[in-house]
Design a protein. Structure first.
Length: 225
């Protein structure tokens, strides 16, 4: 566990570099206040959550370090994660390029509302991780894992994906792009595909999940679906 802290913080650092390239290189300018607001929110939330969980639940941080299609054990999840990763890149790069060519005109007020929406999405994800220390970055059942039905899990079965969808919905507007809503919509479809497949996996492999599945009706939005 002593090596997790430096590794996790290094991941945050390289994520910041990578995100900066994805946003400001296609925009062809640093005079992109929408991009800077988005960048600061993303990186601040990344560092804040990492530092918090390194202190409170380093095992959770360890579980979430290995993310992406190469770490997935289920074949369909490898495909889903590959598609999702591609669409996330398309959303960032496409939104920044749209700004460069002045393809969209998103009001500043709406950009600020979108930034608040992104922060809200991160907060939902944070609450989910705080409640569920078994929340791995891949679809798996860990030794000793139990069903979590408290906190946000008492309302919906997949609160982390609810938070992620908020990010996908608001990112295009935060980057001042209407066109980036297209990969955003496809990302929502990919998340739904992932959670439906994950549900079947958990119903087969996690003791007590079937009863939880029957008890909590909604997957993403209370009272809706």
């Amino acid at each position: 566990m002593n090596s997790i802290g430096p590794k996790a913080l290094k991941r945050c650092f390289f994520f910041a570099l990578f995100l900066g390239v994805l946003i400001f290189l296609p925009a062809r300018t640093l005079a992109y206040w929408q991009g800077w607001c988005f960048f600061v929110i993303m990186i601040s939330c990344c560092y804040a959550a990492t530092i918090y969980f390194l202190k409170k639940d380093p095992a959770l941080v360890s579980r979430r370090l290995n993310a992406g299609p190469i770490y997935e054990k289920e074949p369909r999840q490898k495909i889903i994660q590959s598609i999702t990763g591609t669409l996330v890149l398309a959303q960032y790069v496409g939104g920044a390029w749209d700004y460069h060519i002045h393809g969209s005109s998103v009001p500043a007020t709406l950009v600020v509302i979108a930034d608040l929406g992104i922060f809200t999405g991160f907060y939902v994800i944070f609450l989910t991780l705080r409640e569920n220390g078994f929340a791995s970055a891949i679809v798996e059942v860990d030794r000793g894992q139990r069903v979590i039905s408290s906190g946000p899990y008492a309302r919906v079965r997949h609160p982390m994906y609810s938070g992620a969808i908020l990010l996908f919905v608001f990112t295009p507007l935060a980057l001042s792009s209407w066109w980036a809503l297209i990969p955003g919509g496809l990302l929502i479809a990919a998340v739904i595909w992932r959670l439906l497949d994950e549900e079947q996996f958990l119903r087969r492999n996690l003791d007590g999940y079937e009863a939880y599945y029957q008890r909590v009706r909604y997957r993403l939005v209370p009272g809706v679906w």
